[in-house]
Write a protein that binds this ligand. Structure first.
Ligand code: F6R
Length: 606
């Protein structure tokens, strides 16, 4: 994920910026860059690759006491030198670093280009530098207030101007903190970057602008009204700091999901319609598509199962889905008018990549849903829909799954429109519900302590089963995988109706069952299966919507109710509960949560 740092004060800016950037390396990045205000102009250096490559590229570091720097995780434009930040205006006197997405950058870029601005990158960020140039009349802060209403999306910005001794910072949906020193001040996207310099921070909130000078900091809202500084003292050690104060990367990544889903939807829902520009080259083909082959591994495969359900139900498509390790060796009778869909966080999973190549070799165009821009899957697919999860460091996939789901909802809606199966009203309704999902996910995340209490009751168990029907079953599969991989509790997920065809023999008073009851049209059927479990003295944990609380609160030993939404969106609001359940069981058992035994983050061998 991109990282921002900034420094203004008496010390050498370059050393501080590079040292602070290195503290953000753990977040993952593909290029880095620095902008320094010097007596001869703004010095810019940027490079694809590691920060050390940037350092070796800079022969003479100019003297400077004010600068900004950045590590980039590509989202718009491939990882290459030109696309690395900072970006400048046409005159090279304004430099900008940015995290997030400027959703409307294409229209802004087109109108700036018409006015004669020359762009040197494919990024969304560069428009900010040119917009500032357009409005600059000697005071960069006034120019900033003029352009803020023009920007749509999520952005954390660091800005410097050659003529001014200040760093401007803006926060809208992407984190930014100001580090307070004595006679010097700092800016960063993350606290760990600055911990060796200060323990005093102002944690910026959405809709705030900071004017950072060496001897003071002023804060404003987007209308230019003053805001008092709220100072927070942070006492983390370095290991805690990398994890944003959390004990593990996994819990940090679980907690980031509301924002990750939001980032994934941003720019793709416009005026109540789904816009997937990445698919434009395939649009004719997609219009004729009758069958989709979906393949992926592990968690990504579970997301694919939800995708298959959505494409069948919403877009009336015939869908075949198989794990990639089987798909690549299976006998396929390809149908005309088919496309392939592969899903992968890393974009490097060997089986998924081979399955993609197999389809392409037989003339089937492949769309990928992938988190890493520039990865093999991204490069080789005919079109790619990026999830905007940012780097996922814990081995167990969490935010990658929820963002894969978010993309698959968008894709299913897009296909349903193409097939003429979704009218404006229906599209608007589902998109409004989808747009509200991040807020509901936050409500669930804020109740993590409740799930920890439930785990207190289950963590000594040897076996835990999950049951559900249709989408609930697909969610059960993911919940069960999460639990087994990090807690080492043996777990399986069953379609609820299959229990009495075998697995019920395993149910005793020592085997809790998690029953997912979010698909209300078939809920009664699953409730019967819950009774079968209870009749064998098995404990039951119920996961359902808030609106069914009255009916369901006492059918199990524990129950967790998530905020109401469409049953179709159940997996998105339900998954954080199951991830937290797995996490707390693992923590209580004392396992190596972020690096579970025998598993690797990216499986690049068969
Ligand atoms: C489980 C997990 C794995 C991955 C699988 C595919 O938590 O992380 O099951 O989902 O190895 O990896 P990607 O998505 O990188 O292709």
């Amino acid at each position: 994920m991109c990282g921002i740092v900034g420094y203004v004060g008496p010390k050498d800016a370059y050393d501080i910026l590079i040292e602070s950037l290195k503290k953000l390396e753990y977040r993952g990045y593909d290029s880095s860059g620095v902008a320094l205000k010097t007596n001869d102009g703004i010095f810019i250096a940027k490079k694809k690759g590691r920060i050390s490559e940037l350092e070796s590229d800079i022969m003479d570091v100019p003297t400077s006491h004010l600068g900004i720097a950045h590590t980039r995780w590509a989202t718009h434009g491939a990882p290459k030198d030109e696309n690395a930040h900072p970006h400048t205006d046409c005159t090279g006197t304004i430099a900008v670093v940015h995290n997030g997405i400027i959703e409307n950058y294409r229209e802004l870029k087109a109108s700036l280009a018409q006015k004669g601005h020359k762009f040197t990158s494919e990024t969304d960020t560069e428009v900010v530098a040119h917009l500032l140039e357009e409005y600059y009349q000697g005071d960069i802060l006034s120019a900033l207030f003029k352009i803020l209403p023009l920007l749509k999306g999520a952005f954390a910005l660091g800005i410097i101007s050659l003529k001014e001794e200040r760093i401007l910072a803006v926060r809208q949906d992407s984190p930014l903190v100001i580090g307070l020193g004595s006679g010097e001040n700092f800016l960063a996207s993350d606290i760990p970057a600055l911990l060796s310099h200060t323990k005093e921070f102002v944690i910026m909130e959405n809709g705030q602008v900071a004017d950072i000078r060496a001897d003071h900091v002023d804060m404003y809202d987007f209308d230019g009204d003053d805001i008092p500084l709220k100072i927070t003292h942070v006492d983390w050690d370095e290991a805690q700091a990398e994890k944003g104060g959390y004990d593990h990367f996994m819990i940090k990544e679980i907690m980031e999901q509301d924002q990750a889903i939001k980032n994934t939807l941003l720019g793709r829902v416009i005026d109540n319609h789904v816009i997937l520009e990445e698919l434009t080259p395939l649009q004719e083909k997609l219009q004729k598509t009758e069958r989709i082959y979906i393949t992926a591994c592990g968690t990504a495969y579970h997301a694919g199962m939800v995708g298959a359900y959505l494409l069948r139900h919403m877009a009336g498509l015939d869908v075949e889905i198989e794990v990639a390790s089987e798909f690549r060796y299976a006998k396929h009778h390809w149908h005309d008018n088919s496309i392939g869909l592969v899903i992968s966080q890393s974009g490097e999973t060997a089986d998924t990549l081979q399955a993609l190549r197999l389809m392409q070799a037989d003339g089937i165009p492949v769309i990928s849903v992938v988190n890493v821009l520039g990865s093999s899957v991204y490069r080789e697919a005919d079109a790619s829909l990026l999830t905007q999860a940012g780097p996922e460091i814990a081995v167990a996939s969490t935010k990658a799954y929820s963002t894969q789901l978010a993309v698959l909802y968008l894709f299913a809606i897009y296909m349903a429109r193409l097939k003429g199966l979704l009218d404006n009203e229906a599209e608007k309704h589902i998109l409004q519900e989808l747009w509200n999902v991040p807020e509901k996910v936050r409500v669930v995340l804020n109740q993590a302590h409740t799930i920890r209490e439930i785990a207190q009751d289950t963590y000594k168990t040897n076996d835990i089963f999950f049951i559900g029907r249709q989408l609930d079953y697909m969610l059960a599969l993911e919940g069960s995988l999460k639990l087994k991989e990090i807690s080492y509790i043996h777990s399986e997920a069953f379609p609820a109706g299959e229990l009495k065809h075998g697995p019920l023999a395993l149910v005793t008073s020592d085997t809790p069952t998690i029953a997912i009851l979010m698909q209300e049209d078939i809920m009664e059927k699953t409730i019967s299966n819950v009774s079968e479990v209870k009749a064998r003295q098995g404990d039951v944990f119920v996961l359902a919507f808030e609106r069914n609380k009255k009916a369901l609160h006492d059918i199990g030993r524990w129950a967790f109710f998530v905020p109401d939404t469409l049953p179709l969106l159940g997996p998105l609001v339900g998954i954080p509960v199951l991830q937290l359940f797995a996490y707390y069981n693992a923590v209580l058992r004392g396992t190596d949560v972020d690096k579970p035994r025998n598993l690797a983050k990216s499986v690049t061998v068969e």
